[in-house]
Design a protein around this ligand. Structure first.
Ligand code: UDX
Ligand code: ADP
Length: 465
């Protein structure tokens, strides 16, 4: 089957960039991205492509090239479904905040809603592709809903997990290490798999397109993220030991990373990993293992998240202790709020937890991030903190200018590794701060020698003091 029309439900960090790339590489396919969120769709359709809702290097150019040609953004979900042969589900699947599996299992209500909507609308056979990260065997649930609520049309379910990392999404989509497609090993299932393989084959070498059964594909996604997160927690665990013993975690990382069996990537000690995937995916894995009674397996992976929470708390405690055990009424400036550089996404960002901890100690927090807006910072904290909005707004100030954000601060915490932070006039920043002036480098971004030469009392995660 040759696909000429695709619909993607969900115009978020995954759906948006992925569909823009498919549209660019496959001019013969009409790609429609639908979302219930009207503001988001309007932003995707903003005549100025710099106003699209997601900041991602290279994305505006991709959208400028394809939008209106064969890429369309609309709130007309049903029409989008009806007119497409293949439907990608790319909606959010946050960790459940209520009921059974609270704090661990993925909340599948949005996925289920999509499945029901597809079943209701479809008048001809469709291929349904899971793109969102999902617990293993979700495809089975989707298949059940489609088969039992639909009007007799045939659905094939595929799992095609997304491996793009935010901040490098366009490059990752353009040149992926691999594309994974899981499906049913039946003749119709194989036909559906081949239809999706043909789409990716427009730009991805065939030997990088892996096909598996559905469950393997779903589990591989969780496993890949669990392995990556585990590397970060492992180096972060050692960062604490390094701080106590005088070893330098960057030197240790360099030394072990040169072992080709270990490799140099994902060995950067930090204030903790964030993002919408790592914690959620590990908790999913833990929940699945527990539900099969595999308690040791569950505990093993859960430790990765426990270590990450510990690292964030440790960073906040270090700030408090260093500032003579009190941060009450002191101005602490956060440089960076996004969970990593080159994205405006702050989901699960370490900055949120660290700020929350300091707010409980009555600190005043000043924030500067090149891409995250003030509204987002406040809503992130509101979600976690039980402070009244008015109280929160008194204690948290978001600045448009980094120098102003740092003015009269008692301390600066580097929370995101934005490149521009390296080029600031640090002497000027130092001169305008309260003395003694401290920097807590949660990303090992700045040169310790340079900072100390200016006069800062400098400490970075995992480095020798
Ligand atoms: C991740 C996976 O990399 C991607 O394949 C998957 O599709 C989605 O989840 P993402 O969350 O966008 O991508 O970013 P990633 O680059 O993996 O970083 C995750 C977090 O780990 C960030 O907060 C980052 O700062 C942190 N990190 C990463 C470290 O602290 N140290 C490192 O060495 C690497
Ligand atoms: P991700 O990082 O996985 O892309 P996002 O939260 O950025 O997650 O995007 C998911 C999008 O899916 C949101 O814009 C949300 O409005 C949309 N969405 C959720 N459920 C539905 C639905 N039933 N129909 C259409 N869009 C939906």
């Amino acid at each position: 089957m040759k696909i000429t029309s695709i619909c993607c439900i969900g115009a978020g960090y995954v759906g948006g960039p992925t569909m823009a790339m498919i549209a660019q590489k496959c001019p013969h396919i009409k790609v429609t991205v639908v979302d219930l969120n009207e503001d988001r769709i309007n932003a995707w359709n903003d005549p100025d492509v710099n106003n699209i809702p997601i900041y991602e290097p290279g994305l505006s150019a991709l959208v400028a090239e394809t939008r209106g040609r064969n890429l369309f953004f609309t709130t007309e979900v049903e029409k989008g479904i009806d007119e497409s042969q293949m439907i990608f589900i790319s909606v959010n699947t946050p960790t459940k905040t209520y009921g059974l599996g609270k704090g661990m299992a993925a909340d599948l209500k949005y996925i289920e809603l999509c499945a029901r909507q597809i079943a209701m609308v479809a008048k001809d056979d469709k291929i349904v592709v899971e793109k969102s990260t999902l617990p293993v065997r979700t495809a089975e649930a989707i298949q059940n809903i489609l088969d039992n609520t639909g009007n007799g049309v045939q659905f094939q379910i595929l799992s095609n997990p997304e491996f793009l990392a935010e901040g490098t999404a366009v490059e990752d989509l353009h040149n992926p290490d691999r594309v994974l497609i899981g499906g049913n090993p039946t003749p119709r299932g194989t036909q559906a798999i081949n239809a999706l393989v043909e789409i990716y084959a427009n730009w991805v070498p065939k030997d990088r397109i892996l096909t598996t059964n559905l469950w393997s594909s779903e589990l591989s996604k969780l496993t890949a993220n669990a392995y990556l997160a585990q590397r970060v927690s492992s180096i972060n665990a050692l960062s604490e030991l390094c701080e106590r013993t005088g070893a330098d975690v960057n030197e240790v990382a360099r030394a072990i990373g040169m072992d080709s069996r270990i490799g140099p990537k994902f060995l950067k000690a930090s204030v903790g990993f964030g993002g919408s995937c790592f914690q959620k995916d590990i908790l999913n894995l833990v929940y699945i293992a527990k539900s099969y009674g595999l308690n040791e397996v569950a505990d093993y992976w859960e430790q990765v998240v426990i270590m990450n929470d510990h690292q964030k708390r440790r960073f906040a405690n270090n700030i408090i202790q260093t500032l003579y055990n009190t941060v009450a009424d002191k101005k602490i400036t956060f440089l960076g709020w996004a969970f990593k550089k080159d994205t405006n996404d702050s989901r699960e960002s370490a900055a949120i937890n660290v700020a929350d901890h300091l707010l409980h100690e009555k600190a005043n927090i000043a924030v500067f991030d090149p891409k995250v807006r003030s509204k987002q910072v406040i809503s992130d904290l509101q979600y976690l903190n039980e402070m009244e909005l008015s109280e929160l707004e008194k204690s948290v100030a978001v600045f448009e200018d980094p120098y102003q954000a740092c003015e009269k601060a008692h301390a600066i915490a580097i929370m995101t590794e934005w490149d521009e932070f390296k080029n600031y006039d640090w002497k000027k920043i130092y001169d305008n701060m309260q003395k003694p002036a401290f920097i807590f480098d949660g990303r090992n971004l700045l040169d310790p020698e340079k900072m100390r030469a200016i006069g800062f009392i400098f400490s970075a995660v995992g480095s020798a003091r």
